[in-house]
Structures are given as structure tokens and as C-alpha cells.
Design a protein around this ligand. Structure first.
Ligand SMILES: *Cc1c(COP(=O)(O)O)cnc(C)c1O
Length: 363
């Protein structure tokens, strides 16, 4: 926590606003809107997963519709497709951003259209905070008139040609889960450019109650709104967001400098126009064996590191799903590792990690 969160939470208790509405909900939304800019409208919700689910609901994704989804991501990007009874079709990443490959996206769209199964939506992800190639993805999406859901769960604080990640598509989402760059313990947000769509998201997230003195319902509702207590935490967290981004980027640069002596370790550079919050510092090595050697050596001194996300098309849950892949995300999963990246790492922690890593046999 940054400092002011307790004050905001106390205020919620003092004023008895312990509900999924209240001044902090409005205040947190206003804070995020100001931070993101780009004329966006924000609805804060119970999680990033809920935000993706609502986004698909708002786009009319329903049973047996196909939805194109980045394969190299966390499962929460894809699960809401299943909640809707829809069918995920996975698209591989490009080496430059580790995110959705525009070429494979277009190949997938053409294939599905040829088979009379035009996809209903595209879920693209700014993985590890690195912006996806939004210019190319949006061009393709516009050409085929398919809306994009921008999964910016890991990319709050990242920008693409000066515009905030989360505001680059028809609908964007953020997460404030405990592992993200700022947190409300659990929480998320849906971002739109359309006030009416935001109002509809709020309506659906609060049980879709029609305007009447009694309880009247004409559509399926969800209990997805963020509580006023957690929004208070979020307001405090917004005050330290830029410092968190600076810390994560500092850690990335430290690792990159210190590990430059190992030619088999590489880092993902920011393409022109992209600014990453460097949510996690990730390295790639030249082999699965080298990656495991580093991971196990770190573990000997109780330092946790983790392989990169296992692609969705390799997951047992999605094993029968169609996918358009070229080996990029499989190789990243095989050879890549996330290093300790928390905003509160001290210089001693970082030095200890580098020292332990240097003891890796065969490095
Ligand atoms: C964390 C995360 C989500 C889900 O957010 P929750 O708030 O945990 O539900 C979705 N997509 C990606 C890429 C994430 O990392």
C-alpha cells in the first residue's frame, strides 16, 4: 500500500458507505478516467475477469459464436468466452511484442470467414505490460468490422504512441488483483469511449434492475460492481501508480545491465512508440534446460521465479480449440522466465538475486 488507502477506507466506514456504490466508486472512476485520458469512460468492477465477461456480453457474443483470442496470455483472457457458451479460436504472438501477431490474426479471420464463421470479437492482450501492435490489429479489425476487447490487465501505466493502454480499442479492461501493478485486493474496470455503453455496463453489473419501484428485470444481470470500500483502496493506489511504474522499469533496467554479460539471456525491447510499465521483468534463454537451471538455482536460495505464461492452445482445457500458431509462444514458454519484479524489491534483494543467478551451472 502507498499511504492514503487507510484514510480512504476509514472514510468509507465513517460515512457508512459499505456497498457496491458510493463516493469512492465515483471518485476512483474519475481518477482512472483522468489518468488514462483519451476521452474514456470507466466502470469499476469486481475483477478484470468480470470486465472481460461484461465486454463480451455488451458485444453480443453468445452461444456458438467464435471469438479470436491471443493464445499467449493468462487463462482469464479466454475463460469468459466459455462463460458465454462461445468458442475460443487462438492466435499466436509475434516476436516483437510477444502479443497477437497481426499476420496470424488476419489469416485466422480469412479462414473463419471462408467457413462462414465470421468471428464475433477479438481479445488482444498487452502481456507483461508490453503494448500489442494496436495500429496493425485495429486496421485489421476495422477492415473486417470485428470489435476488439483490449485486455490491459497487466498494462496500467503503459502507453502506445502516447495513448494509454486500455483506451486503444472498442472496449478495454483493467485488473486490480493482488498481483497487478496497483491493487484493490481484487477488482477490475471496463473502459469505453461511449457514455451509454458505460451506463449499460453499470446496469448489467448491478443485476440489470429496470427502472421501477419494485424489482423488475428484462435482461440477465450480474453482481460485478466494485464495492465502495475497495474503491477507497483504489483511490489511494492511484496516487502511487507512477512511482510503481518507475520502480518496475528501474528493476528491468538493473536486470538488463547486470545480465548483459550472459549472451544467452535476452530481454524484450520496446518497439518504437511503445512504453511498457514492465509489470514483470522477463528474460528468454537459449534453451529449456538453461531456463530450468536458472529457475532451480534461484530456488536454492528461496527466490521464486516462474516460466512465462503457458499458451492457451497448449492447455488441457482448450486442447480441442482451433488455433493459428507458428511456434512463437511455445518457444517463449519453453525458454522464458519471469524474474522477481515486485515494486518493493530493495537494492539488497536485487543484488542477492543477481548473485544467486550467477551461480547457475553452465551459465
Ligand atoms: C490478471 C489478468 C486478468 C484477470 O484479472 P482478474 O482481476 O484477476 O480477474 C485477465 N487477463 C490478464 C492478462 C491478466 O493478467
Amino acid at each position: 500500500m502507498g499511504g492514503s488507502e487507510q484514510k480512504f477506507v476509514n472514510e468509507a466506514f465513517d460515512t457508512n458507505w459499505i456497498a457496491p456504490l458510493g463516493p469512492h466508486v465515483d471518485g476512483f472512476e474519475a481518477d482512472i478516467q483522468t489518468y488514462l485520458g483519451n476521452d474514456c469512460e470507466v466502470a469499476v468492477l469486481s475483477s478484470g475477469t468480470a470486465a472481460i465477461h461484461l465486454a463480451l456480453q455488451l458485444l453480443g457474443v453468445s452461444k456458438d459464436d467464435e471469438v479470436l483470442c491471443q493464445s499467449f496470455t493468462f487463462s482469464a483472457s479466454a475463460n469468459p468466452i466459455l462463460y458465454q457458451g462461445a468458442i475460443p479460436v487462438f492466435v499466436d504472438s509475434e516476436p516483437d511484442t510477444w502479443n497477437m501477431s497481426p499476420d496470424l490474426l488476419e489469416r485466422a479471420i480469412k479462414d473463419r470467414i471462408a467457413k462462414h464463421k465470421k468471428p464475433k470479437a477479438i481479445v488482444a492482450v498487452h502481456l507483461y505490460g508490453m503494448p500489442y501492435n494496436a495500429q496493425a490489429i485495429n486496421t485489421i479489425a476495422n477492415k473486417y468490422e470485428i470489435p476488439v476487447v483490449e485486455d490491459s490487465a497487466e498494462a496500467l501505466g503503459s502507453t502506445y504512441f502516447g495513448q494509454a493502454c486500455g483506451t486503444l480499442a472498442d472496449l478495454g479492461i483493467l485488473s486490480f488483483n493482488g498481483n497487478k501493478i496497483i491493487t484493490t485486493s481484487g477488482g477490475g474496470a471496463l473502459i469505453t469511449h461511449d457514455k451509454a455503453l458505460k451506463n449499460k455496463a453499470v446496469f448489467l453489473s448491478t443485476q440489470a434492475r429496470d427502472n421501477a419501484p419494485h424489482y423488475e428485470h428484462s435482461s440477465v444481470g450480474f453482481n460485478y460492481r466494485m464495492s465502495n470500500v475497495l474503491a477507497g483502496i483504489g483511490r489511494g493506489q492511484m496516487e502511487v501508480l507512477d512511482a510503481r511504474v518507475a520502480a518496475r522499469r528501474r528493476h528491468f533496467n538493473f536486470y538488463k545491465d547486470q545480465l548483459a554479460v550472459y549472451p544467452e539471456i535476452s530481454f524484450l525491447e520496446e518497439p518504437t512508440g511503445s512504453f511498457s510499465n514492465r509489470w514483470l521483468t522477463c528474460i528468454t534463454t537459449d534453451s529449456y534446460r538453461k531456463r530450468e537451471a536458472i529457475r532451480l538455482t534461484l530456488l536454492e536460495d528461496d527466490i521464486e521465479s516462474r516460466p512465462l505464461w503457458k499458451p492457451m492452445h497448449m492447455q488441457p482445457l482448450f486442447k480441442d480449440c482451433l488455433h493459428f500458431t507458428d511456434g512463437t509462444s511455445e518457444a517463449l514458454f519453453e525458454k522464458g522466465l519471469c524474474l522477481p519484479s515486485g515494486s518493493n524489491l530493495s537494492q539488497d534483494d536485487l543484488d542477492r538475486i543477481i548473485y544467486q543467478l550467477s551461480k547457475t551451472p553452465s551459465l
